[in-house]
Design a protein. Structure first.
Length: 386
């Protein structure tokens, strides 16, 4: 009887062990499946818009897509972190003096088109540049996510003395440390001048970095055989969007306007924007595009107000519209893959062209410095950037 009991217990233990192993394997497979992570990269850009900063604004317009593209290459355990960007201006005398001439232009957002439009609308004017105030305001007003493992970062760019204003930067830096936000300072001008004007706060502000740039430096542009092909594919990509809702048509028009705005900078910037659009982890418009919304809500077609659709779709049945949505989704994925593949070849071409230039002087710009900082700091949060 005793042996039988032992035998029975052994069978039960084996069953439980095998079940737990199956469950563990399932969990492991789920973990290894590439996906969008719950982890975030939250970046706040604080720009000096006083009279001497026209060049900085121009660089900011150009660097947005490179920054997002760099962040989009980050992987944590095979998953892509969610990216949110906020924008502040400081140093404009027409802003509220009691608020330290600081203004939030955009809270944390994934709406890159709206963010780009704001950057292109910026004009310089002013003023008194209160660095401590704008850092403190952004730390207090933005919805910083306190989930462990998030990369939370501020980039403040400008010139003049860092000590201006009634709120001392050390108060802002103390708050940054409490919130786990890294503050990086980018001085527009000579490095030693930046140090004499107290921009090298470094460890005082959460282990951030200090660097300097020439805000009037032109962004380097290298033409490649792949540029025009990528631009042509962008026209086809725009054709895969199906606007819906009260803002559908205006948002669709904005998408094309942002394309045109970036085209005015140079072809390189235009292509960088397009490559971001080819990455669905970075560029999603579910608030106005049925195809993107369909990813999250397979019932969206039955929920929308057909009066907000294009004339060609209003009288179609739900089944007919859904068939079109699925077709457009496939078309988009095919076009995005083509753009991604072409851009990989483009990157290789540019790398080879740069290697041909002996003793090249890689001049620091807002774009180059922010990319370097992101690549270095992301490692601290278990993020690998390809």
């Amino acid at each position: 009887m005793k042996q039988k009991t032992i035998y029975t217990l052994a069978i039960i233990c084996c069953f439980l062990f095998s079940t737990s192993c199956v469950q563990a394997n399932k969990e492991k497979q789920t973990e290894e499946t590439p996906s969008i992570s719950n982890q975030k990269i939250q970046a706040a850009i604080l720009l000096d818009v006083s009279n001497s900063m026209d060049g900085l604004i121009d660089q900011a317009k150009a660097q947005l897509w490179n920054m997002v593209s760099t962040m989009g290459k980050a992987k944590c355990n095979g998953a892509t972190p969610k990216i949110e960007i906020a924008l502040y201006e400081y140093g404009r005398t027409t802003n509220n003096e009691k608020a330290g001439f600081v203004k939030q232009l955009m809270p944390f957002t994934t709406d890159l088109d709206s963010l780009s439009q704001i950057l292109f609308s910026l004009k310089t004017d002013g003023g008194d540049e209160y660095c401590g105030q704008v850092i403190y305001t952004s730390l207090n007003n933005l919805a910083w996510d306190n989930t462990p493992g998030n990369y939370k970062v501020i980039f403040i760019a400008g010139n003049e003395d860092f000590l201006q204003g009634n709120l001392h930067y050390k108060k802002a830096c103390t708050l940054a440390k409490q919130k786990g936000v890294i503050v990086n300072t980018i001085y527009c001008g000579d490095r030693m001048q930046g140090i004499s004007e107290h921009w090298n706060v470094n460890d005082e502000c959460g282990g951030g970095s200090f660097t300097n740039i020439n805000q009037n430096e032109r962004i380097e542009e290298i033409s490649t055989p792949y540029d025009d092909k990528i631009i042509t594919l962008n026209e086809k990509l725009n054709g895969t969007y199906i606007a819906y809702g009260s803002e559908g048509f205006s948002k669709s028009a904005s998408q094309k306007k942002v394309d045109a705005d970036n085209r005015t900078v140079n072809k390189s910037v235009e292509v960088k924007r397009i490559t971001v659009k080819s990455n669905k982890a970075l560029y999603k418009n579910e608030s106005w595009d049925i195809v993107d919304k369909f990813e999250d809500d397979k019932e969206i077609v039955s929920k929308i107000n057909k009066a907000t659709l294009a004339d060609s779709l209003r009288n179609k049945s739900d089944a007919e519209i859904q068939k079109i949505v699925i077709q457009k989704k496939k078309e988009r994925e095919d076009i995005q893959k083509q753009i991604t593949d072409l851009n990989a070849s483009r990157d290789k071409f540019i790398a080879i062209e740069k290697s041909k230039v002996k003793n090249q002087n890689n001049k620091a710009t807002l774009e180059s410095e922010i990319e370097k900082i992101i690549r270095k700091q992301a490692k601290e949060f278990n993020m690998v950037i390809e």
